[in-house]
Design a protein around this ligand. Sequence first.
Ligand code: GLN
Length: 266
Amino acid sequence: MSVMLSRRQALMLGLGSVASMGLAACGNSGAADGSTSYKIVTDTLFAPFEFADASGKMVGIDMDLFAAIAEDQGFEYTMDSVGFQTALEYVKTGQADGVIAGMSITEERAQIFDFSDPYYDSTVCAAALASSEIASLDDLKDQKVAVKNGTQSSLWAESIASQYGFETVTFDDSATMYQDVSAGNSACCFEDTPAMSFAIQQFATSDGTEGVDFKLIGENADEFATPYGFAIVKDGNSELLDKFNKGLANIKASGKYDEIIATYLG
Ligand code: GLN
């Protein structure tokens, strides 16, 4: 496929999304004609779930899934890419109705959010520069490792930091986290496996300017493996959650779900 994943683009996107990030009144009666329009938020870069294509348009599994579900259920929405931690914050504080961002369903988050049915199974991993001597977590002693703010993989990193003797450095988005590893500042980064594998594959299948030239070095933290879910604030608009679940079931039954996954993951 022809979608691009360059750090430069991702960074541009990050800046762009901050500039265009409106604080429009959130809510389910936002549309001028009184019909329902939900305010949905997402990450800036979490390919292949959400990322900017060559023209700057947000694409990805989450984007297509949500569009297909909204169409199936007949509701309107806006989608703002504000960053992962910010997206969660927006939903928590009522500035957005829902978040779809490859968000791991965890017990801890279930205290604050209500999750949809799971829509994708994921695991966590660590990755270093392909050319580096780091081959496993055991090689991380006295090294800096890059993590992304508020993520499941960052919790995994922090839980094993003292065991392996590394120090974590936190970034707000995957683009700057990958960049820190590419620049040789951090020995590796911790990320969800589908996102990391996709970025590595992008590098391998392009002319070398897209994606990242990394290798996986650790991927066996079963207790941090989770499915992804769409989330609303706890005890919030269950109507939206119901629509998501119904739409998800329908697009799974129709084959649309498989088609979307295949578009991005072959
Ligand atoms: N699945 C991870 C989490 O929920 C990361 C999501 C993301 O970076 N967008 O913590």
